[in-house]
Design a binder for this molecule. Structure first.
Ligand code: ADP
Ligand code: MG
Length: 379
């Protein structure tokens, strides 16, 4: 039996007719009546599924498709905007969403791109990639302690939450007292360890139950257990699973990592979409960076198009200029954050966060630089 790469699942209604008229001649496709999903889907072998909206059934049908056709991308089509449904489907793993007829051209382009890419993939016989949600993971790392990982990652996450409508999760993976909750002025008895018993069937609900909320921005956070012995239960496998569930539940996941490179730090670095490397503008920081870069190479942590520098404690008395850094290190500089001993110190001593309100007028230099960075990144 001949099988097309594209499978359309949906009732033969107006939406279907629209699509068939628009690109029926351009793409070869098979069609499956959703009523026959359970008996017929297992016989299908598409590279791409187009799921048409059917009131009240979308999430269930989508889940069934994912279960039967592991790793086959699903694009969802609706005749109206439904952001809640869109978000739920993307969290569940749908890769894209189109409103028809408004975005017929966009859909057509996306299908051609995906079909072209999927052909190349099967020809090269690439191993199937894991299913993943759409949340982006930013890991803050540095080979040097005291370079601002925790201060900047907490402020970055909090600012992201203030400056967007995104769902933001901060994870402290220091696996000993990381200090993130101090900067965020949050007290919680719960920690990552509370997820350990459910790690194999962890759902978004488990995450939300354990995560604490930063009261001002409502950003959520997961902190490390304070007890170093208990932290032994947090394994490499735990971290992989945790990050993958987080991707489905949140739009942005900000991870604070310790300097210490073990399997767990390594795993988070590999899973991250972007690594923000925090450093000062001085010679020791360059030496440590070079050393870290070699270590990343040896361990297989990819850095091209992933690693960006964050220059911290920028001030007039810096030993090296930004130009010097650019001369020695061949990675883009994502942001420059000024040194503001007083502003940071006052906030810490008062048990306050650097950001307090969504549209704050009077920001300290660190908060201001972070805001500029986050806004440019959101664009
Ligand atoms: N831009 C800055 N201005 C003033 N103080 C800073 C700045 N960045 C970091 N610090 C201070 O430096 C110390 C180390 O920062 P921290 O974020 O804990 O580093 P790390 O997590 O990399 O060990 C903290 O006391 C912090 O408040
Ligand atoms: Mg730290």
């Amino acid at each position: 039996m001949k099988q097309s790469k594209l499978l359309i699942i949906g009732q033969k209604n107006e939406l279907f007719n629209l699509l068939a008229t628009q690109f029926g001649a351009d793409f070869d496709y098979d069609w499956l009546d959703p009523a026959l999903l359970r008996s017929e889907l297992k016989n299908a072998n598409p590279s791409l599924v187009l799921l048409l909206h059917e009131a009240g059934k979308d999430l269930e049908t989508h889940a069934y498709i994912q279960q039967e056709l592991v790793d086959v991308p699903v694009v969802f089509v609706h005749e109206r905007h439904d952001f809640q449904l869109f978000r739920d489907l993307v969290r569940a793993g749908a890769i894209d969403y189109f409103v028809i007829p408004e975005d017929l051209n966009g859909l057509e382009n996306q299908i051609s791109i995906l079909l072209a890419r999927l052909t190349i993939r099967s020809e090269k016989d690439k191993p199937a990639s894991f299913k993943r949600g759409s949340g982006q993971v930013f890991a803050f790392y540095s080979g040097k302690g005291g370079s601002g990982k925790t201060l900047l990652s907490t402020t970055f996450a909090q600012t992201l939450k203030f400056e967007s409508t995104a769902q933001v999760l901060y994870i402290d993976l220091n696996l000993q007292f990381g200090g993130g909750e101090t900067y965020l002025a949050v007290e919680t008895a719960r920690s990552l360890l509370d997820l350990e018993p459910v790690i194999d069937e962890m759902t978004e609900q488990h995450l939300r139950n354990v995560a604490a909320k930063e009261p001002l921005s409502k950003m959520e956070l997961l902190i490390s257990p304070c007890d170093a012995e208990m932290a032994e239960y947090i394994t490499e496998d735990f971290i992989t699973k945790l990050i993958r569930v987080c991707r489905r539940a949140y739009d942005f996941i900000v991870i604070d990592l310790p300097v210490h490179m073990d399997e767990r730090t390594y795993t988070a670095l590999v899973e991250a979409d972007r690594i923000y490397y925090t450093m000062a503008q001085d010679t020791p920081s360059i030496h440590v960076f070079k050393h870290t870069e070699k270590l990343f190479q040896k361990l297989g942590v990819a850095t091209a198009d992933r690693l960006e520098l964050v220059l911290n404690e920028v001030g007039r008395d810096n030993e090296l200029s930004k130009k010097d850094i650019e001369r020695f290190i061949d990675f883009p500089i994502a942001a420059e954050v000024r040194r503001d001993i007083k502003g940071v110190q006052i906030a810490i001593n008062k048990g306050e966060t650097l950001r307090k309100l969504p549209e704050e007028k009077k920001l300290t230099p660190v908060a201001k630089d972070m805001r500029k960075w986050v806004i440019s990144m959101l664009k």
